[in-house]
Write a protein that binds this ligand. Structure first.
Ligand SMILES: Cc1cc2nc3c(=O)[nH]c(=O)nc-3n(C[C@H](O)[C@H](O)[C@H](O)COP(=O)(O)OP(=O)(O)OC[C@H]3O[C@@H](n4cnc5c(N)ncnc54)[C@H](O)[C@@H]3O)c2cc1C
Ligand SMILES: *[C@@H]1O[C@H](CO)[C@@H](O)[C@H](O)[C@H]1NC(C)=O
Ligand SMILES: *[C@@H]1O[C@H](CO)[C@@H](O)[C@H](O)[C@H]1NC(C)=O
Ligand SMILES: *[C@@H]1O[C@H](CO)[C@@H](O)[C@H](O)[C@H]1NC(C)=O
Ligand SMILES: *[C@@H]1O[C@H](CO)[C@@H](O)[C@H](O)[C@H]1NC(C)=O
Ligand SMILES: *[C@@H]1O[C@H](CO)[C@@H](O)[C@H](O)[C@H]1NC(C)=O
Length: 605
């Protein structure tokens, strides 16, 4: 059973009657679906992937009407896809649907050799159309460390935070509640592209979370707004939602550029490889792109870029395309009879991901959202409310509060391992408060009310890889994040569970929390390790597989200007360039990095 069962009742098929309702949804003009509809075969820029980063670039580069831009997207249109519009239905878009790449991880040796889905959006907007919409940028130390690693101070926080102005459009929550004290307006922009708002539907647990930050202010301080670069503490969630509907890179960046005649978008176009078209400055020049609509298409489509090809296919598919193109570890490529054009052992390596571990509690009463998730009348009522007014449960994402926390500096683990956090004010783990049962891959009980505190490992030291299974672009690559394979990761997850359990000992939870559910009850290291091995999955945040590094570094795939090392005419701009995980759900950091890339390209760097 691969579906996340809490959301099984919300599968698109179950919701068909609602899809027929009139929806405010994107309407696209210049989106082509057939290769022969493309008006040109030569463009200035070809962007591979209309996702998080790709659409930022499409918007920025097509702003000059003399620049011809093509975006090739493997996936489908997001038009009228209800779960891509109604925020709380978002989790039903994946895994294993027409909007997903349907990946599965390799057996995870650190997790009892379990396999589980590894969703990636395959739809206009990419993962920003399929994600859970939590939106923020991370710790200042994530960016300062990136600047230090690459030797480029342009990437430090004090330089990068200016892109928030171009990117974000903060809007009131859909319930119109007073947000005073829940965020700091001075840190935000009202003139950018992606709508961001505070929770639009209050829940019974919200006040309890906030009361806990008062009672336990030392361990769980309230943090008014992590947009200031200091993530530590418990905050109100900011989400990529406006007026009760999802704001993706497609409904924002792409839609606002969509009427430009110099921007063409072709969907249902799966890029197989980039082709060397010559040499420039003594290096291979990559000016051609091969793509197909289906595995059986005999003649692949072919387009040419006179300036650049930009890979924005995400942390799994970007390294896959590089490898298929002959850019990667020579031995791996030779074994698959792919000629090596650039031997780079770093391509696909250093895959790093946040680990998701549910800690679940039985709770009293009927005020959790479990009955909405079970379907039937409560779900119908919620859908009707959203359909008529874009308010209520469905207008919201899955959490209203989250927090980033550190393991104490004197913890025993630090006597044997170096602290993997990006800095002394960055976090080791995150707690995400959900007013219902959330345990991916495990069916929810037929009755009962639950509180789930997701414990997410934010600074894992485990590193994995993506590599090709064959030289066929339609074969799924092998994805092995090697989750929880280091002593630090095991230690940090145990401490995160203990932290979640201490959180609910605050008096606000006295009449609400009955006790830990199942293996959440474990107390010894061994019991908690079992809980970790049985229930850990992914927060869906892979990075690192086309890592950025200093120009002269002995490892890494792109330089600080996003150029593929050893190549001409080829850049990578997406989450894969992050050498380390940011202290954030990864869409915000990807938006900022894409804004930076747009500035670099426009400046001719
Ligand atoms: C289920 C889920 C929930 C998430 N929840 C959150 C959240 O709440 N908050 C948050 O901040 N982050 C979340 N994330 C993560 C975040 O959305 C991603 O890290 C980020 O959006 C990735 O951006 P990207 O530009 O690297 O790739 P993507 O946005 O994935 O874009 C890549 C695009 O390239 C296309 N593509 C790939 N290969 C090819 C090819 N060969 N040819 C043509 N096109 C191709 C893909 O179809 C896709 O459209 C979530 C992710 C998932 C999957
Ligand atoms: C993913 O699985 C769904 C459901 O089986 C299917 O419709 C879709 O075509 C698959 N997508 C890919 C890329 O294989
Ligand atoms: C960031 O870079 C600028 C130069 O661009 C520098 O002046 C500033 O001190 C740097 N900030 C940090 C925190 O390193
Ligand atoms: C994609 O192209 C293939 C091959 O031409 C076709 O069979 C399929 O229906 C197309 N899919 C979409 C969503 O247009
Ligand atoms: C992985 O990243 C580390 C830096 O964090 C680097 O030293 C190492 O060389 C990288 N490995 C590969 C194969 O690129
Ligand atoms: C760490 O310091 C705190 C506060 O000083 C103390 O209570 C705790 O026992 C110490 N932990 C360890 C592992 O030394």
């Amino acid at each position: 059973m691969l579906l996340p069962p809490p959301f099984a009742a919300m599968r698109p098929s179950t919701l068909l009657p609602f899809v027929l309702c009139a929806l405010a949804s994107p309407s696209f003009a210049a989106i082509y679906t057939k290769p022969w509809q493309l008006p040109r075969i030569t463009y200035d820029y070809i962007i591979v992937g209309a996702g998080n980063a790709g659409n930022v670039l499409a918007h920025a580069l097509s702003a000059n009407s003399n620049t011809q831009v093509l975006v090739l997207e493997a996936g489908v249109s997001d038009e009228n896809v209800l779960p891509a519009i109604a925020p709380f239905l978002g989790p039903s878009l994946t895994p294993n649907t027409p909007y997903d790449w349907n990946y599965t991880v390799a057996a995870q040796e650190g997790l009892d050799n379990r396999v589980f889905p590894y969703p990636r959006g395959r739809i206009l907007g990419g993962c920003t159309t399929a994600n859970y919409m939590v939106h923020h940028y991370g710790s200042s130390e994530d960016y300062d460390k990136l600047a230090a690693i690459t030797g480029d101070s342009s990437l430090n926080w004090s330089n990068m935070k200016k892109y928030i102005q171009l990117h974000e459009k903060i809007v009131p929550p859909t319930d119109g509640h007073d947000t005073t004290g829940q965020y700091d307006p001075s840190l935000h922009s009202t003139s950018g592209q992606v709508s961001v708002s505070l929770p639009g539907n209050s829940q019974t647990i919200d006040a309890k979370v906030i009361a806990t930050t008062e009672e336990y202010s030392e361990e769980f301080p309230f943090n008014q707004d992590i947009t200031n670069g200091n993530v530590l503490g418990i905050s109100w969630v900011q989400a990529s939602i406006g007026n009760g509907v999802r704001s993706s890179s497609s409904t924002s960046y792409l839609r606002s550029a969509n009427s430009r005649p110099n921007l063409h978008v072709l969907i249902n176009a799966t890029v197989q490889k980039v082709l060397q078209t010559g040499f420039k400055n003594g290096k291979p020049l990559f000016g051609g792109v091969l793509f197909q609509s289906s595995r059986n298409q005999f003649f692949p489509g072919f387009v040419l870029a006179t300036k650049e090809v930009i890979l924005s296919a995400g942390s799994i598919n970007t390294p896959q395309i590089l490898l298929l193109s002959g850019i990667g570890p020579r031995a791996e490529l030779s074994a698959l009879r792919i000629p090596t054009i650039i031997n780079n052992p770093s391509v696909g390596k250093n895959l790093s991901d946040h680990v998701l571990l549910p800690t679940i509690f039985n709770v009293n009463g009927q005020e959790s959202l479990d009955n909405v998730l079970r379907g039937g009348a409560p779900l119908d009522a919620a859908l009707n409310q959203w359909t008529t007014s874009k308010t209520g449960v469905i207008a919201n994402t899955v959490t209203n509060n989250l927090g980033f926390l550190r393991i104490p500096n004197n913890a025993t683990i630090f006597s044997t391992v170096a602290d993997p956090a990006t800095g002394p004010t960055a976090s080791h783990f995150e707690l995400i408060f959900c007013n219902f049962w959330l345990n991916p891959g495990v069916a929810m009980p037929a009755t009962g009310s639950f509180l789930t505190i997701i414990a997410a490992l934010i600074s894992p030291s485990s590193r994995g890889f993506v590599k090709l299974a064959s030289d066929d672009p339609w074969d799924k690559p092998i994805i092995d994040p090697k989750m929880v394979t280091t002593a630090f990761d095991k230690f940090a997850l145990r401490e995160a569970v203990r932290s979640a359990k201490r959180f609910v000992t605050a008096s606000a939870w006295d009449d609400y929390v009955i006790g830990p559910y199942g293996t959440t009850a474990g107390e010894t290291d061994a019991e908690l390790d079992t809980h970790v091995r049985q229930f850990s999955t992914t927060v869906f945040h892979p990075v690192g597989t086309a890592s950025m590094s200093a120009p002269n570094s002995g490892w890494g795939v792109v330089d600080p200007n996003f150029k593929v090392k050893g190549a001409e005419g080829l850049r990578v701009v997406d989450a894969s360039v992050w050498p380390h995980l940011p202290n954030a759900h990864t869409q915000g950091p990807t938006y900022l990095i894409a804004q930076r890339a747009a500035a670099v390209i426009k400046a001719g760097l």
